[in-house]
Design a protein around this ligand. Structure first.
Ligand SMILES: C[S@@+](CC[C@H](N)C(=O)[O-])C[C@H]1O[C@@H](n2cnc3c(N)ncnc32)[C@H](O)[C@@H]1O
Ligand SMILES: [Zn+2]
Length: 260
């Protein structure tokens, strides 16, 4: 980790991190550290969104993805793993078990409070994934799950031959769920990222069908998707009385290697 003010290395001193110029960053009681410059106004997911995702994921609906990610990290055995836009650390926590050191970066304080309370193996950092307070070429594996892809930072942070693992919705992700909300439903588009030194070396598709068995879980899923923000009142009302919902889940895992 580096100081966001002077870019010198940060060293842990009891309950804070400090650089040689005595810039000091306290570790919150839950364990995360705030390395956001105070002028930054951006904020990540709200408490409401974080709690909805936390409840939904902890009911195990996406465990097929969680298990796959843990297997992949075990295969790559990174010394340093960084999960960019880690949210409340649902995937980070399991992946951290297969890395020597693990960092989770997110802009949402509410997400990091939960993450750092539940996972003491990782250091959670409040920062933007577009300005990561870590040294150049210091990371073996970067994960980036359901979040924007900060390719410049990925390239800067990765060691040579480092791995960038990105998860995005595959074409049919939540297809049946969307059919409840909309009359016309489109398939998701798959995007292969183009960047000078990042080469796609592997792509895996994980598909399953889940049965959501109560309205609270359906509402939580709705809130963690972009449809929550895009849907009109009519669509939201269709979910109000729904007690069960069977839907396809469909994930695209793309693995890139930094070539030079
Ligand atoms: C859809 S959630 C995914 C969270 C987690 N990866 C997961 O799959 O459970 C997107 C996350 O990105 C975070 N986020 C959005 N923009 C960000 C940014 N510029 N820097 C850091 N985090 C950001 C949000 O706070 C949120 O936690
Ligand atoms: Zn400093």
């Amino acid at each position: 980790m580096i100081c966001p003010i002077c870019q010198e290395k940060l060293i842990q001193k009891e309950k804070s991190f400090q650089c040689v110029h005595s810039h000091n960053f306290d570790i919150a009681k839950q364990g995360y550290v705030n390395l956001l410059m105070s002028a930054s106004k951006v904020s990540g997911d709200s408490k409401e969104m974080v709690l909805a995702r936390h409840h939904f994921l902890n009911h195990g609906y996406y465990d097929i993805l969680k298990n796959k990610l843990e297997d992949l990290i075990q295969e790559y055995q990174p010394e340093v793993l960084v999960d960019l836009a880690c949210g409340e650390g649902y995937y980070t926590k399991g992946m951290a078990q297969h890395a020597k050191q693990c960092f989770g970066i997110d802009l949402s304080k509410d997400a990091l409070k939960l993450a750092s309370r539940e996972d003491k193996n990782s250091q959670y950092i409040l920062a933007s994934i577009f300005h990561v307070p870590m040294e150049n070429e210091s990371v073996d594996v970067i994960t980036n799950i359901f979040a924007p892809a900060p390719l410049e930072e990925v390239e800067r942070l990765l060691k040579k031959d480092g791995i960038y693992l990105r998860v995005a919705p595959h074409v049919h992700h939540l297809y049946d769920f969307k059919r409840i909300l909309y009359t016309e439903v489109y398939e998701n588009e798959i995007e292969i990222l183009e960047h000078d030194s990042l080469k796609l070396i592997r792509q895996e598709r994980i598909t399953d069908e889940i049965l959501i068995e109560n309205n609270q879980d359906i509402q939580d899923l709705f809130m963690m998707t972009p449809y929550y923000w895009k849907s009109n009142k009519d669509s939201a009302q269709k979910l109000e009385a729904l007690e069960k919902c069977k839907t396809i889940i469909d994930f695209d895992i793309q693995i890139y290697r930094k070539e030079s």
